[in-house]
Design a protein around this ligand. Sequence first.
Ligand SMILES: *[C@@H]1O[C@H](CO)[C@@H](O)[C@H](O)[C@H]1NC(C)=O
Ligand SMILES: *[C@@H]1O[C@H](CO)[C@@H](O)[C@H](O)[C@H]1NC(C)=O
Ligand SMILES: *[C@@H]1O[C@H](CO)[C@@H](O)[C@H](O)[C@H]1NC(C)=O
Length: 481
Amino acid sequence: MAAGIISSGLLSTLLLLLLSVSANSLSYQTLTPHSLPQPNKSPFTDSSDSQTLTSSNIENENENTISLDLHHLDTLAVPTNATAESLFKHRLLRDSIRVKTITSLAAVKGHANATRPGRSKADFSSSVISGLAQGSGEYFTRIGIGTPPRYAYMVLDTGSDIVWIQCAPCRRCYTQSDPIFDPSKSKTFGGVACGTPLCNHLDSPGCNQRKKCMYQVSYGDGSFTVGEFSTETLTFRKTKVNNIAFGCGHDNEGLFVGAAGLLGLGRGKLSFPNQAGRQFGSKFSYCLVDRSMSAKPSSLVFGNAAVSRVARFTPLLNNPKLDTFYYVGLTGVSVGGVRVPGISSSLFELDNSGNGGVIIDSGTSVTRLTRPAYVALRNAFLSGASHLKRGPNFSLFDACFDLSGKTEVKVPTVVMHFTGADVSLPASNYLIPVDSSGNFCFAFAGTSSGLSIIGNIQQQGFRVVYDLAGSRVGFTPRGCA
Ligand SMILES: *[C@@H]1O[C@H](CO)[C@@H](O)[C@H](O)[C@H]1NC(C)=O
Ligand SMILES: *[C@@H]1O[C@H](CO)[C@@H](O)[C@H](O)[C@H]1NC(C)=O
Ligand SMILES: *[C@@H]1O[C@H](CO)[C@@H](O)[C@H](O)[C@H]1NC(C)=O
């Protein structure tokens, strides 16, 4: 009897102890380790002249809504000898080139008298530079160009504005998977004259002998497209969008991996969402699936249906020097339910000269945080994950774990605190496989630049809403369903 009382007293003391420990301890969630996505061996299979209908969460598709499937680059144009590892290494390589280009673009714009990198052409005083380099832009979709519509793959890019397409006759065209667009065979193709307001929207318009407006887009790696700025009808599934100003590129060079051109989804005046604003309310959203965990395609929606009612929104910020990128306010990051002390909003401030800040981008894979923020985040994660066996550093990652043989692991939660929106990441958005032997890495990286970039690995599974009219970006968890 007495012994019973003593042990129950002990028990309640123990319980109290446990409770007080757990009150101070971190919060965790479960990661089910999975492997790298396997290479898809049927490149460019979608040769249909219309979009395949897919089930999406967007009902009542009508004139004012379009929903499209997105294809990841690694499911198109896959080399026959590609392995999951080689695709992932190439993705990281493209990623570092893209980050370099975006960073130099933002830096150049911040310093008005610096010379711009990239190619210069005799007929242009300076060139327009896109955030996209090395033909990266990780996602593609199929759209119709002209009347009757000719369907082709286009790269989607939230880091640039101008829509462009390779056009016959080619002075120089790289190889694409669909026939080159021939404007002489389209009934809706129109030219743009020099000196018109439309032409003057270009950063550095040119003029040829025929008094036609010339555009040029250069990329950090020497890729470029040059031609006549023109107008055309684009078809998305059954929906036509008339009079879209686009670059009809007669001289194109670069690694655009088989795409016919690029659909600029930036925030600038000439981007597709802004040009199509009347029809689609200057709104779009996408949901990028984790390809190693889902067979569902990623999707892109234009129109009011793009905005989910349960999205959490953060206001877009303006960079006075650069209207293309989507700047957001990041005030901090929590690991295991605790704000990381070394990460304050001052590390992410966009100043009046356009330096610093945080952008959200579809074409960057790994989120880059300005180095002091990254170091604080990594250290907080490592201390919360001290129960996991460390693995070797891999590429740009320096917080890796050996999860081989594990079917479930507990990992500290990670929440990104945007102004007005706390975004709690699924475990698979920050602890990702880097090989087939069970090595996983914390999928953030540091950058020596002041500019931080929220990449697409961290966006997986969210419906990310770009509401240009409302100047806000929103996140809906589990938004791919
Ligand atoms: C695939 O083959 C090409 C050309 O032979 C080679 O350059 C490349 O390294 C190979 N890739 C892999 C992953 O083996
Ligand atoms: C811009 O040019 C002015 C005058 O030449 C110079 O004083 C200034 O340092 C330059 N600024 C930058 C950022 O290069
Ligand atoms: C991993 O990288 C970090 C930072 O660069 C370094 O301090 C650490 O020693 C590296 N670890 C290994 C195992 O190489």
